[in-house]
Structure formats: structure tokens, C-alpha cells
Design a binder for this molecule. Structure first.
Ligand code: HEC
Ligand code: HEC
Ligand code: HEC
Length: 336
């Protein structure tokens, strides 16, 4: 009996030990982030005004805690040397770092990497949807994306992803974003096919479930900024991620093979003067499916989704005011 109790205690001690080791592994990236937060560089340059590092910080840039799960050392060097060269128009300043400073920063960022075992994550969840959600959280996709009122603004808001993109498209995208769209800012995670399958199952389930929390957040933000109608309209267009198809400035759409007239999603920066307001509202609320160039050819991958579940009347009004505000002066002049 005594040996049995002893064995039980002994094995419990081993399990506790293994648990502690797991935990230690899991939080190493956070400890590395805390070290970076306390470094001279962050103190001098205030990176945390824009970035969350450790538990707090700004919301302008991506959350940096797991940055090395998605960026290589070479990429980080290039980025720190001249962000604008990698992503033209970015809000990240060029700090004119010396090579030595860059190596110091990269030294910290390299450690900000979480050990993720995809196979284990797939095995510990009872279905693909749960596994996909777990992977999405483990890889910290909300470092750039947003669902409801959590996450950041450096990638398209995913609250309504499921109604605008297909599984097939998402699968191609996650395999290698840069192959689909050269120079995109979305990183390549070099995921296994089984991980992609689970992630896509989760992504397809995002059909507005967190819409109410986004909506509340927008109303409060607009109230405090006194930003109706135009700025709230902009926030609404961000929630629905119009830019994920119509381009970052809504003036240059994505490729849309075999879609009339030219195989691209149309720009919408002049829509406010191209259409009567009533017709514009109808396109937005009811959606629009492009005609094919070649009638026997492929169905164009993108159509304009119907947004009537995502918008109430005041939001639609503000969205229209926003579309009015982005019409370039030159286009108005041509129109008159
Ligand atoms: C004025 C805001 C601002 C400041 C200050 C700032 N950044 Fe950034 N940073 C950004 C933005 C915004 C991005 C994402 C690019 C985009 O969306 O345009 C970014 C991206 C990054 C990335 C890539 C993250 C990823 O996941 O790909 C790294 C690394 C980075 N910043 C490091 C730093 C460091 C180190 C400092 C301080 C020396 C710093 N940043 C200061 C705004 C800022
Ligand atoms: C460093 C920032 C960043 C991180 C982290 C990130 N993404 Fe992205 N993602 C982007 C950007 C930027 C785009 C838009 C790319 C473009 O149009 O060039 C994008 C686009 C997407 C899209 C298409 C969205 C749409 O509206 O059509 C999906 C899906 C996506 N990302 C999924 C993920 C998943 C899953 C993860 C985590 C494994 C992830 N992203 C992590 C930046 C990021
Ligand atoms: C999944 C990709 C996608 C998203 C997201 C999207 N659109 Fe579209 N949109 C399209 C496509 C494709 C067309 C062309 C439809 C056609 O030819 O009938 C289009 C057409 C339009 C048009 C008519 C433009 C024209 O000149 O014919 C307007 C206006 C428009 N979209 C507004 C929006 C707004 C506002 C949002 C965000 C609330 C949005 N779209 C989100 C794909 C998208």
C-alpha cells in the first residue's frame, strides 16, 4: 500500500513537472516580449505607442508578441531598415537605425516566438471547427485582424469573412499569400494542409456573429470623436472590409478572373457620383453578381455580397456619406 501511494505521488510529481515545462515553453515568448519592452530601444523610440508588446500598448500596428512566428530574421532586417520600401504608405516610421541597432532589435524579436505544435492542436480538439479556432488563437491572427471588437486594424476585419470569400479561395490564400498576391503584407505561416483545412472551417463560420459588439464599439467611438456621419461610415466600411475586394483606397479592385468588364473588381471611389443614391444603396444592401466575359468560362470568384444583415439604416446613411467623401475632386469636376 505504501509503495502504491508513493508511486501515485511520484507520478503526480512527474505530471506536475511536465505541466510546468509545457507552461514554461508556452510563456517564453511573452517573457521575451517583456524583456523587449524594458529595452533601451523601446524606451527611446516608444515602439509601444503603436504596438502592443507584452500585455499592453497601442493599437496602430500589429501586436508584436509572436512576431517571429510569422516573420523571418531577413524580413525583420528589411522592415526595420526601411518600412516604406516593404509596404509603401505605412504608418510605421523609418527610424534611420544603424546596422548595429537593427541587429540588437532583431535579437529581441527573434525570441518572441511561440512553440506551436499543429498536430497536437488538431488532436486535442474534437472537431475541425474547434481546432481551427484554436489554431487561429495560437497563431495570434488577431495581431493584425479583427473580429467583433477585439484585434487590430492591419488586415481586413474578419467579422463577416464567411459571406464574402469561399473555402477554395481561402485555402489558396493561406497556402501562400505572396504567391497569390505578390508583396502582400499578410505573412506566409508555412502551414500544413491539415492546419489549413481546420483554419478554413473556422474562417467560414465567421458570418457576423460578433457584429453587435463591433457595432457598439463603432457607435461609442463615433460618439466620442463626434465623427458622424463620415468617420462612422469609414468605420462601418472597415467592419465589412469593402477594401478586401475594392482595394486599400477603394480605387483599385482585386483580380476577379472572367468578370465583366475587365477581370477586376470595380473601384468604388467614384460610385457616389456614378449612381443615383437609391441605386447605390440597393447594390450595397442586396449585393451584385458580375456578368461573365466568356459565358462558358469560370464563375468569377468574387461578387458583391448583400450587406442587409450587417447594416441598419443609419449605418447605411453614414456609409454613403463616407463614399461621398472619397470621390476625388477631379472626378467631380469631370462629372459637372
Ligand atoms: C507610429 C506608429 C508606429 C511606431 C512608433 C512603430 N511602429 Fe512598427 N508598425 C507600425 C504599423 C502600422 C505596422 C504594420 C504595417 C502597416 O499596417 O502599415 C508596423 C509593423 C511593425 C513590424 C512588423 C510586424 C508584423 O507582424 O509583421 C515590426 C517588427 C515593427 N513594426 C517593429 C517596430 C519597432 C521595433 C518599433 C520601435 C522602434 C516600431 N515598430 C514603432 C506602426 C508603428
Ligand atoms: C502581420 C499582419 C497579419 C497577420 C498576423 C495575419 N494577417 Fe491575414 N491578412 C493581412 C493583410 C494585410 C491582409 C490583406 C492582404 C492584401 O489584400 O494584400 C490579410 C488577409 C487575410 C485574409 C483575407 C481577408 C479578406 O477579407 O478577404 C484571410 C482569410 C486572412 N488574412 C487570414 C489570416 C489568418 C488565418 C492569420 C493567422 C494564421 C492571419 N491572417 C494573420 C495581415 C495579416
Ligand atoms: C467579396 C468581394 C467584395 C466585397 C467585400 C465588397 N464588394 Fe462591392 N463589388 C464586388 C464586385 C465583384 C462587384 C462587381 C459586381 C457586378 O459587376 O455586378 C462590386 C460592385 C460594387 C459596387 C458597384 C460598382 C460599379 O461600378 O459597378 C459598389 C457601389 C460596391 N460594390 C460597394 C461595396 C461596398 C460599399 C462594400 C463594403 C460594404 C463592398 N462593395 C464590398 C465585390 C466586393
Amino acid at each position: 500500500m505504501r509503495t502504491l501511494i508513493f508511486l501515485m505521488l511520484f507520478s503526480a510529481a512527474i505530471t506536475a513537472e511536465a505541466g510546468a515545462a509545457d507552461k514554461k515553453k508556452d510563456t517564453a515568448y511573452l517573457k521575451a516580449a517583456e524583456r523587449f519592452l524594458k529595452s533601451d530601444i523601446v524606451k527611446q523610440k516608444n515602439c509601444n505607442i503603436c504596438h502592443t508588446i507584452g500585455k499592453s500598448g497601442g493599437t496602430v500596428g500589429p501586436i508584436l508578441n509572436q512576431v517571429s512566428n510569422r516573420r523571418s530574421v531577413e524580413w525583420l532586417r528589411k522592415w526595420l531598415k526601411d518600412p516604406n520600401e516593404v509596404k509603401p504608405g505605412t504608418k510605421m516610421p523609418n527610424f534611420q537605425f544603424s546596422d548595429i541597432e537593427i541587429e540588437t532589435i532583431v535579437g529581441y524579436l527573434k525570441e518572441m516566438k511561440r512553440e506551436i505544435d499543429g498536430t497536437e492542436i488538431l488532436a486535442r480538439n474534437s472537431n475541425l471547427l474547434e481546432a481551427g479556432k484554436d489554431l487561429f488563437q495560437s497563431y495570434d491572427c488577431l495581431a493584425c485582424h479583427r473580429i467583433g471588437k477585439t484585434g487590430r486594424f492591419n488586415g481586413p476585419n474578419l467579422t463577416w469573412l464567411g459571406i464574402r470569400k469561399t473555402r477554395d479561395w481561402e485555402t489558396v490564400w493561406l497556402r501562400d499569400p505572396d504567391a497569390y498576391k505578390p508583396n502582400t503584407f499578410m505573412p506566409n505561416y508555412h502551414l500544413e494542409e491539415s492546419e489549413i483545412e481546420a483554419l478554413v472551417t473556422y474562417l467560414e463560420s465567421l458570418t457576423g456573429g460578433e457584429n453587435e459588439t463591433s457595432r457598439e464599439w463603432e457607435s461609442i467611438t463615433a460618439f466620442f470623436l463626434d465623427a458622424r456621419p463620415r468617420e462612422r461610415g469609414r468605420l462601418v466600411s472597415e467592419r465589412l472590409a469593402c477594401w478586401s475586394c475594392h482595394g486599400p483606397n477603394l480605387d483599385e479592385g482585386e483580380r476577379n478572373p472572367n468578370a465583366q468588364p475587365d477581370g477586376f473588381v470595380p473601384p468604388i471611389n467614384t460610385s457616389y457620383i456614378d449612381f443615383e443614391e437609391e441605386d447605390l444603396a440597393a447594390i450595397i444592401m442586396q449585393g451584385s453578381i458580375p456578368l461573365k466575359i466568356d459565358a462558358d468560362g469560370q464563375t468569377p470568384p468574387f461578387s458583391c455580397p448583400p450587406w442587409n444583415d450587417a447594416l441598419d439604416e443609419s449605418e447605411l446613411d453614414d456609409l454613403l456619406a463616407f463614399l461621398n467623401s472619397i470621390v476625388p475632386e477631379s472626378a467631380k469636376w469631370e462629372f459637372e
